[in-house]
Design a protein around this ligand. Structure first.
Ligand SMILES: [Cu+2]
Length: 142
């Protein structure tokens, strides 16, 4: 009876681990750069896709003091993702759950620098998505 319980627990742990690894196909070590251009209406538009466990692009360059419009979407799948930036020093602070339908985030960065973009979702006791590679950088130029 006792060995049945141990077997059951091991099976559950093993399934959780394999689910985690199969979902965790690693795209994190690829740098995908995108430099925004300023549209005729004076807006810098960037499209970002988030998934397991990456953002594409994950190194985005924009100009300071020019409005930015991010269009964010999620790859199809059951794993929830978000996109978070907490850089109030440059006027950017948001956290948005991603969905397959495009959503728009707007801000105007005021201070040049490099600012982190990340997903802070996590499954149970596993590391969060940012630690799995779901992160990027917004570089704001003068
Ligand atoms: Cu995520």
């Amino acid at each position: 009876m006792k060995s049945h319980i141990i077997y059951l627990i091991l099976t559950i742990i093993f399934s959780l681990l394999s689910v985690s690894f199969s979902l965790g196909e690693d795209k994190s070590n690829q740098i995908k750069e995108y430099t925004a251009t300023i549209d005729q209406d004076g807006v810098q538009r960037v499209e970002i896709v988030g998934g397991g466990y990456y953002f594409d692009p994950n190194y985005i360059t924009v100009k300071a003091n020019v409005p930015v419009e991010l269009t964010v979407t999620k790859e199809p799948g059951i794993v929830p993702h978000n996109i978070v930036m907490k850089s109030p020093e440059t006027g950017i602070e948001f956290a948005k759950n991603l969905s397959i339908d495009p959503q728009i985030i707007t801000f105007t960065p005021t201070k040049p620098g490099k600012y982190p973009i990340y997903c802070n979702k996590k499954l149970l006791f596993f590391e969060n998505h940012s630690e799995k590679g779901m992160k990027g950088t917004l570089e704001v130029l003068e």
